[in-house]
Design a protein around this ligand. Structure first.
Ligand SMILES: Cc1cc2nc3c(=O)[nH]c(=O)nc-3n(C[C@H](O)[C@H](O)[C@H](O)COP(=O)(O)O)c2cc1C
Length: 371
């Protein structure tokens, strides 16, 4: 399909839905239990509004930032997602190439379908997401391989001690038929064969370590040759703990509503976490980010970097690497335009003075300090 026909993420999602096996579409689109966190992630953006400043000389807007030595065309990353070959034969390599063409960094999942060493050819701006295995030998080997393959940072996911209860996958008896390319060399490299849709759930219960504590995180940070971001932080106290543990980044995420239902929307959690971090680490956010104005809201509320998940898979499904590039290019161009429309020249100039928050039927300026 030509990407000319696919202007917005809505178009991409509709095209992907038409093309994909319904069980695969459900796996990507769905969330945990009644999917309230999934919906609230999106809705939280409607609780805020932006107030543009007039006549600020925005003739030279520059959205670029540098993250771990790589220049990005805007403060944007692709969130780590397993299973890209469920939607496109070239899998994560195609995603990496599409993102690279747009100047956006990719975070490769432990559960990717292309070996991380191969995917590394696709994007010079790349991070690796790590699930901590019960078998610490596997964890160590994954970290060493990521460093050898030139990944610039590690992202440890905190919100998956067990898999969220995903009703769509259980109802569909979803059994992903793809290779888990990063882990197939280990004894823990295969998903169990089940016919009740619980294969991923069982795999995680058997292989990932639900007993992790901050002491383990400190040990990984101390041993890692790469800077570490902690993904799935939703409390200010945990953000402070992550900084004390030596993390370079605090990644506000609820796994796109796929883990705990009724978990707080990420945008609502962000301001207090950004205040708690107070510039001591990079703050990232994902969850429901779709359009450039969503990115700007998150940046104004205190995020340094913003990640997008599902729309990238819709782009990949609909049009391969070009679909990914097209979606992300639009997002980057939209970020540049929105910066100018608000009256700032760079992402760093954004602060809470541009924000209003809904209060009943009116809009109030957002307090500078949220706590
Ligand atoms: C299909 C799919 C697979 C995912 N796999 C992972 C994963 O392997 N590791 C991880 O930390 N997060 C994973 N996530 C969560 C994403 O990193 C991210 O937090 C979420 O998708 C962001 O929300 P959004 O899709 O609304 O942008 C996955 C999400 C989806 C949709």
């Amino acid at each position: 399909m030509s990407t000319d026909d696919l202007a917005t993420w809505h178009d991409l999602e509709r095209a992907a839905q038409r093309m994909l096996d319904p069980a695969v579409h459900d796996f990507i689109a769905g969330g945990a239990e009644d999917e309230r966190t999934l919906r609230r992630n999106r809705r939280a953006f409607s609780d805020f509004a932006l107030s543009p400043a007039a006549f600020r000389d925005v003739s030279a807007v520059d959205a670029r930032v540098t993250a771990h030595g790589a220049e990005l065309s805007a403060p944007l990353l692709v969130a780590p997602m397993g299973g890209h070959r469920l939607v496109h034969d070239a899998g994560e390599l195609a995603t990496a190439r599409g993102a690279a063409a747009a100047g956006v960094a990719t975070i490769t999942s432990t559960a990717s379908n292309v070996p991380m060493e191969e995917e590394a050819q696709g994007n010079p701006a790349r991070w690796f997401q790590l699930y901590v295995y019960r078998d610490r030998g596997i964890t160590k080997d994954l970290i060493a391989r990521a460093a050898d393959a030139g990944y610039q940072a590690l992202v440890i996911t905190a919100d998956t001690p067990v898999l969220g209860f995903r009703r769509r996958d259980l109802r569909n008896r979803f059994q992903p038929q793809v290779r888990w390319a990063n882990i197939e060399r280990y004894a823990a490299g295969r998903l169990p064969d089940t016919n009740d849709g619980s294969a991923i759930m069982r795999y995680i219960a058997d292989q990932l370590d639900p007993a992790l504590t901050w002491a383990d995180v400190e040990a990984v940070v101390a041993e890692s040759p790469l800077p570490v971001h902690i993904k799935g932080i939703m409390r200010p106290a945990d953000a402070r703990r992550a900084v004390e543990a030596g993390a370079s980044g605090v990644y506000v995420s609820n796994h796109g509503g796929r883990q705990l239902d009724l978990g707080l929307p990420t945008l609502a959690a962000l301001p207090a976490i950004a205040d708690a971090v107070a510039g001591r680490a990079t703050v990232l956010l994902d969850g429901g980010v779709r359009s450039a104005s969503d990115v700007l809201l998150a940046l104004a509320l205190g995020a340094d970097l913003v990640a997008v998940g599902r729309p990238v898979l819709w782009g990949l499904a609909a049009a391969g690497p070009d679909g990914v590039r097209r979606y992300l290019d639009d997002l980057v161009r939209g970020v540049r335009a929105a910066l100018a429309l608000i009256g700032v020249r760079t992402p760093a100039e954004l602060d809470r003075s541009v924000l209003h928050r809904r209060s009943g039927r009116t809009w109030e300026p957002f307090p500078e300090e949220s706590t």
